[in-house]
Design a protein around this ligand. Structure first.
Ligand code: PGA
Length: 249
């Protein structure tokens, strides 16, 4: 059976003092069948990776540049992230698509770079509220998937995170039926692209206002293999019950 994944996205939060949260997660009892990923800001990556080394916690980044090196002031490449100890990178988060105008084609280039550097690519997609209200959700996510997934992608090096934009940081979540519908469609498109076996093994995360209080209900939904968690990943006391809910799902 595919290992589930509890992924935390710290976004632009955290200083050296926050590393104690990673220490707490690294020292916790292992959660059977669950991979744990924390993606702190780039400033904390190397130290976080040092703290997590040898534990069940993997450290990841939140973005990378498509090129391996060069004249790109302020950017960080996938090989640099790997060198700092990252094992994964979040790509195409809706905040980057919105704040930095990232297109799905650029996300695919970044994912290809991540794969070349040996990183797990956590590719995010999801509809806006206007798109959901216009009954465009399934078409939007299918198109994002088609364009964001590079031809290097497979179950071993890629995870998809369905994150409705309107559910991120709002306390709102789709109904279980709405999540199941989107994940089912994503799985079907993956099967067309990669074959049924590979598609079945590629992990589909739900993200958007996952909290200790709703985690069990979300993890019981068909085709949900884990979560990408923002706010509730910042403190080990909040993230640990989410990991535990996934272990018992
Ligand atoms: P949230 O963020 O859990 O704070 O809603 C999720 C995300 O953006 O990945």
């Amino acid at each position: 059976m595919t290992r589930r994944l509890a992924a935390g996205n710290w976004k632009m939060n955290g200083t050296m003092a926050s590393l104690s949260e990673i220490t707490a997660l690294a020292n916790a009892h292992p959660a059977p069948g669950v991979d744990i990923l924390i993606c702190p800001p780039a400033t904390l990556l190397a130290e976080a990776a040092r703290i997590a080394a040898g534990s069940a916690v993997m450290i990841g980044a939140q973005d990378c540049h498509p090129a391996a090196a060069g004249a790109h002031t302020g950017d960080i490449s996938a090989p640099m992230l790997a060198d700092a100890g990252a094992r994964a990178v979040i790509l195409g988060h809706s905040e980057r698509r919105a704040d930095h105008g990232e297109t799905s084609a650029l996300v695919a280039e970044k994912a290809r770079a991540a794969h070349a550097a040996g990183l797990l690519a956590v590719i995010c997609l999801g509809e806006t509220l206007a798109e959901r209200e216009a009954a465009q959700t399934l078409a939007v996510v299918a198109e994002q998937l088609r364009l964001s997934l590079p031809d290097t992608a497979g179950a071993a090096n890629t995870v998809l995170a369905y994150e409705p934009v309107w559910a991120i940081g709002t306390g709102l979540t789709p109904s279980p039926a709405q999540i199941a519908e989107v994940h089912g469609v994503l799985r079907a498109h993956l099967a067309d692209r990669l074959g049924a076996q590979e598609a079945g093994a590629l992990r589909l995360l739900y993200g958007g206002s996952v909290k200790p209080a709703n985690a069990s209900e979300i993890f019981a939904i068909a085709d949900v293999d884990g979560a990408l968690v923002g706010g509730a990943s910042l403190r080990a006391d909040d993230f640990s019950p989410i990991i535990a809910a996934l272990a018992s799902a």
